[in-house]
Design a protein. Sequence first.
Length: 144
Amino acid sequence: MENAMPTAIGRTTVARIRAGWQRWLRSRRSIVELAACPPNELRRIAQDVGVNEQGLRNLHCSHPGLAELMPQRLRELGIDPAFVKLELPATYSDLERVCASCKSWRRCARDLSINNVQAGMEGYCPNAFTIDVLTVPQRDRPVV
């Protein structure tokens, strides 16, 4: 009975290590896939995302923000990420690009884990303005 407490801590640690390893593998696969792209395809992808080719190579990230945190933040604010991706692809690409370069992903993950979505919106999220625009009801939006 001397090692009863470490099991819960051990499971959490193993889960964190596994998640980190999986993120690293996804990131590595992305790098390899980009390296295998013909130059014209790489240019097309970069143009779709709204960056240059070097920016596309730098866009890969090893944190969960891009794939997990940004969509979670949108959902918690009542925005369907799939809808934004389909109906506003340039906006969604911009959200991804900004999130990929964010240095506050640990704070974001912590805040979202305790259901405090507003902390990022008021403090550190570089996508806050864009997300705020998405949450404004259509009737309140100025005609552009």
